[in-house]
Design a protein around this ligand. Structure first.
Ligand SMILES: Nc1ncnc2c1ncn2[C@@H]1O[C@H](COP(=O)(O)OP(=O)(O)OP(=O)(O)O)[C@@H](O)[C@H]1O
Ligand SMILES: [Mg+2]
Length: 664
């Protein structure tokens, strides 16, 4: 993110203690801005400016930083000399992480013009003689040299990249002791691995170190400006990745992250929209839905919500969307769209549609609901595909997305039917159109392997909530494995080494009670327990600890939406939804890692209503780029009139006449 790494806005409580540790003076601010500044002695201070009040400064020397709850937007600074503690809460987690990282780097990186002894003495003398008043300046951005030096001091450059700290060491590191710039830096070195992982120089590359591109930044800016946003884009354009960044840039209080399916909700660390909304499946009448949502817990959840995020919006039923919009207005006693909640919606309507229950039920997309137009203020389309890098495959996928298959495309896809995509004992994952088929394939393949089954049982934070965890977390409550079981990795362990969510492998042995997996890139990795955190509808947190693996002989296409998969084989003869074949194929990273057994152009189609929606959407995008779009944009006039407006009309017409993708 190119947001300022040395500025943070959050709630701040300040407590001073006396010599025997009893808390005396206390200050509490719901909103304050923290800034890193230096005085002319090059000492670093954190400056706390509460709203409409004068700033307070705290010298960053001999401090303890408690960052265990950083992901929840909380951190504590203990200033030993000043006998004072700063308690930060409701900080956007991503911004807090960058802020702490800047402090760690500035205090360990040594650079940024730290004064040598002679210069320091001179400055001190000048100050004592009163020849110059002390002044403060904002800290300069972190430099690469500082980052390298800080990482060296933290011992992260020489350490093996995939080692995981022992629980004892991790516990010790929840408190980082920092001696301060110009002081005894280096005596007590923080191993702030998580903080440094956010840097592009990190040895273990995690998603934190990947940067948003310009189109993604634009969406982030609109979300941070409080706009109601819908952003779309084809599969793999980084919609969910961007959502995770948006969530981490927003204050946790009042931010509710949801998705239409459990798997998608887990990918953004949220809950399902149904669990949040508190109106059951949404089949009840509008009146009954209002009653259901008025129950104390549900009503409280709606009242506390300030920002509602929904991923995989294409699978949210239009009538359901309309009902929850009415519920929000009713419960919050606010007639603005969604009762004044900021909406951040994301998805691709050309992927899977809402699941309809019963033969007579009519499929209605969200955009067909009356609530859509009144709620969506700004629209964006992400264009750059990140999942696939091969331009030929990206082009084919773009055609399939709109249901277009020409002879060249068909021939290319048919030609994959014989290609060998297996390697290193790793078989292709079969993508099935029906979930039951996928489950029975996995069960029977495991049974047919020789050797004993080993059970890996998940540890859930609340045994009574295991059902919700089962629905949302991909890691199963009970995972049975055998040697030679085909598995898929469920966490990003190290992106640079290919140990990413969706990577395919095979169990080669069980070592000290943990499965050792050989991945497609021939790397062996001991799969230690990982943690999944999901939010409950009421804002509570549920966790599951489990080895990050899942049987991967087969998967259903519906369960694969949102995922990136390595090495997939599919038979599309039984697909039953528009967009289903596109979803299946777009999970693959390359044409070389996919095998389509019986490709037929008839298996690919797009919903005509969705195509029309995208045509209108495109018109709106063009309008938005030509005219600044405010809420509903009714009273805004085009910036130019007369000849310019006819030029705009021409440009619009030419753009509108282009197909969604250029068909060659
Ligand atoms: N700016 C970026 N830089 C590098 N990698 C990126 C970037 N944005 C996304 N990615 C990577 O691209 C891949 C696909 O991203 P993601 O799953 O978010 O796409 P999506 O648009 O949500 O796809 P789908 O429609 O299938 O759900 C992920 O591996 C993600 O880490
Ligand atoms: Mg996604």
């Amino acid at each position: 993110m190119d947001l300022n790494d040395a500025v943070l806005t959050c709630a701040v409580n300040i407590h001073w203690t006396n010599a025997v540790g009893i808390t005396g003076r206390k200050l509490a601010y719901r909103t304050a801005t923290l800034r890193l500044v230096r005085n002319d002695l090059r000492e670093i201070f954190v400056e706390v400016t509460p709203e409409k009040l004068k700033p307070l400064k705290f010298k960053l020397k001999d401090i303890m930083v408690h960052k265990k709850f950083m992901a929840e937007g909380k951190a504590t600074f203990n200033f030993k000399a000043e006998q004072c503690s700063l308690y930060l809460s409701n900080a956007p987690p991503g911004t807090l992480m960058l802020f702490l990282r800047t402090i760690f780097i500035k205090m360990n990186g040594g650079g940024d013009g730290a004064l040598d002894d002679a210069a320091l003495q001179k400055k001190l003398r000048e100050q004592m003689l009163g020849s110059r008043p002390s002044s403060f300046e904002e800290i300069s951005p972190v430099t690469t040299a500082e980052m390298v030096l800080a990482r060296k001091k933290a011992g992260l450059i020489t350490r093996a990249s995939t080692t995981t700290p022992s629980p004892q060491a991790a516990k010790k590191r929840r408190f980082e002791e920092l001696k301060g710039a110009g002081g005894e830096a280096g005596q007590s070195v923080p191993a702030a691995k998580k903080l440094y992982a956010a840097s592009p120089l990190a040895a273990t590359q995690t998603e934190d170190s990947l940067r948003l591109n310009e189109e993604q930044m634009e969406v982030l800016r609109a979300c941070l400006a409080g706009k109601n946003v819908f952003f779309t884009g084809s599969a793999g354009t980084g919609k969910s990745f961007l959502l995770r960044k948006i969530i981490s840039a927003l204050p946790p209080e009042g931010t509710v992250a949801t998705a239409s399916t459990g798997v998608a909700a887990c990918l953004i660390g949220g809950t399902t929209l149904h669990a949040f909304a508190g109106i059951g499946g949404g089949d009840a009448t509008a009146q009954r839905c209002l009653e259901l949502a008025s129950r104390p817990v549900a009503a409280q959840t709606w009242r506390k919500c300030k920002r509602l995020i929904i991923d995989e919006i294409s699978m949210v039923d239009g009538q359901y969307f309309e009902k929850i919009e009415a519920v929000a207005r009713h419960i919050r006693r606010n007639e603005r769209p969604f009762g004044g909640i900021q909406l951040i919606l994301c998805g691709d309507f050309l992927q899977l549609p809402p699941v309809v229950k019963g033969e007579t039920a009519v499929q209605r997309f969200c955009f067909q609901s009356s609530a859509w137009e009144s709620c969506v203020q700004c629209v964006y389309e992400l264009k750059q595909v990140h999942r696939q890098s091969d331009p030929e495959f990206v082009k084919i996928l773009n055609h399939l997305r709109i249901g277009h298959v020409n002879e060249t495309i068909a021939a290319r896809l048919v030609s994959t039917s014989k290609q060998k995509i297996e390697g290193n004992g790793i078989l292709a994952t079969q993508l099935c159109s029906h979930t039951n088929d996928a489950n029975s394939i996995n069960d029977s393949k495991l049974e047919h392997l020789s050797g004993d089954k080993v059970l890996f049982r998940a540890e859930d934070s609340d045994a009574g909530m295991s059902k919700q965890l089962d629905q949302q977390v991909q890691a199963p409550a009970q995972l049975y494995l055998k040697i030679n079981a085909q598995v898929m990795l469920l966490k990003n362990i190290n992106i640079a080494n290919g140990l990413v969510n969706g990577a395919r492998g095979v169990v080669v042995r069980i070592e000290k009670g943990l499965p050792v997996v050989r991945f497609k890139n021939n790397q062996e990795h001991v799969c230690r327990h990982e943690k999944w955190i999901i939010k409950t509808a009421t804002g509570g947190v549920l966790t599951r600890r489990q080895v990050p693996l899942k049987l991967a002989w087969a998967f259903s296409i519906h369960k694969s939406q949102g995922l990136t998969l390595d090495c997939v084989e599919m038979s599309l003869s039984k697909v039953f939804e528009a967009g289903q074949a596109y979803v299946a194929l777009s999970r693959a990273k390359s044409l070389q890692s996919v095998r389509i057994l019986d490709f037929d152009a008839k298996q690919v189609w797009a919903n005509p209503q969705v195509l029309q929606f995208y045509k209108n959407f495109r018109r709106r995008l063009i309008d938005t780029s030509l005219i600044p779009l405010g809420p509903k944009n009714k009273d805004k006039k085009p910036a130019a009139a007369g000849s310019t407006s006819s030029a705009l009309a021409k440009l619009k017409k030419s753009l509108m006449n282009k197909p969604l993708v250029s068909i060659s």
